[in-house]
Every structure is written in C-alpha cells, then in structure tokens.
Design a protein around this ligand. Sequence first.
Ligand SMILES: N[C@@H](CCC(=O)N[C@@H](CS)C(=O)NCC(=O)O)C(=O)O
Length: 223
Amino acid sequence: MPHPMLELYGVHRSRATRNVWLALEAGIDLQIVPVELAGRVADPLAADAPLNTKSPAFLAINPMGGVPVLKDGDLVVSQSLAINLHLARAYGGDLGPRDLTEAAQIDQWTLFAATDVEAHTLRIQTLVGKGATDDALAEAAEKYARPLTALEGYLADHSYLVGDRFTVADINLCEILRYATAMKGAYAPYPATQAYLARQQARPAFKQMWALREAEGRAAAGH
Ligand SMILES: N[C@@H](CCC(=O)N[C@@H](CS)C(=O)NCC(=O)O)C(=O)O
C-alpha cells in the first residue's frame, strides 16, 4: 500500500522489533534511523558518540529517552505499542481493526500485554541474564501465572486474539511473551500459549525481523 515516508528511530535490538515485524507483515516501508541504546555506547555524550538515547538531539524528539519513535510526516509517536496500533490502523489493512468492536479488542489485548504481562516477562529475562537461581526463577514464574492462566484459557479455543485472523494484537502480545522464553520451559505448563507463540514465530515476517536483528548484533560485535 503506498504511504508517506515513515522513519523509525531505534535499533533492531530493542522494542523496535515489534514495529519491524508489523511493517514486514504489511509491506510497509519503514526507514530505520539508527539510535543506539545509551547503555551500549562507551561515552554516550561524547562529541563523536553515535546518536543514542541520551543524545540531546534524540531527547528533543523523545524526552523519555526511549526507542522506538516513529515519524510519520508531522506526527511523532513514541511508545512501541502505540506505534504499532497507528501503523496497523493507518497502513496495515487487515492487521488493524475492521470496526469499533475489533478496535476495542485490539486495545484490550495490547494493554493486557503492556500492563499485565510485560513486567513479568522482562523480569524473567533479566533474571536469566543474571544467572539467577532456579528458586528465584520459579518465584518469578509463579507471579506470572495469573495473566498466563487467563491467556491459556482464551487460547484453548482461539487461534488468534481478535477476529479469527492474525492482527496487530498478536504481534503486540507475542513480542512481549517472547522475553520469558529466555527461561527454559517457561510456557511448558501452558500448552495452548506455547503453541500459539510458536505458530506466530514461524511466520516468515517474524523470521525476517529476527534475521535483521541478528545481523545487527553481529555487526555491532564487529563480525
Ligand atoms: N514503553 C516504551 C519503552 C521504551 C524503552 O525503554 N526502550 C528501551 C529500549 S527497548 C530504551 O530505549 N531504553 C533507553 C536506554 O537504554 O537508554 C516503549 O514501549 O516504547
């Protein structure tokens, strides 16, 4: 679908993955403007530092100092999930809502992901990264059980979250569920959720997004 020039400030190794996945699903041409995470830059405020999340020029665009940020003409949108909702509605065809009912359902699942799931999955990912004990991981998994049990019940008889088709709601939730896969067997007690996530991650656009992310990681590591 023809659309105006869309610029996404960020890097593939960030929450921009969810926007890149959606863009690849919808055939949206998203130009990446590289903005590195400050924590990955030796001296983020040095004169020769690459544009990063602490650069004054980037803070002028997003005072929160977080990527991604979308520029769509004069419209500047931060918050990765809001960016996806906008892209889906404006340029995503059936990835977006067909009516107000679907719009409410997409919002519901997106906010479920942001407010009921993300803190748990990020915590689990961080604990795994720090080499936490099995006990600490089990405790984090236990705290994650409530939203997962609710989701498992829904997915037991739904293939997708909204409208019996793949939508932006699935991208928004799956990218947030993904963090907890750092913990081996995190979704094993939730077979419908595990199978749902595996199905979405088998989509060509997800794999393309992941390849871009890995290529960026290799380039950053200097090989
Ligand atoms: N809720 C925001 C979070 C944005 C955010 O914190 N992004 C991280 C990268 S995923 C970041 O830019 N961190 C700043 C930094 O590390 O300097 C969103 O979903 O866009």
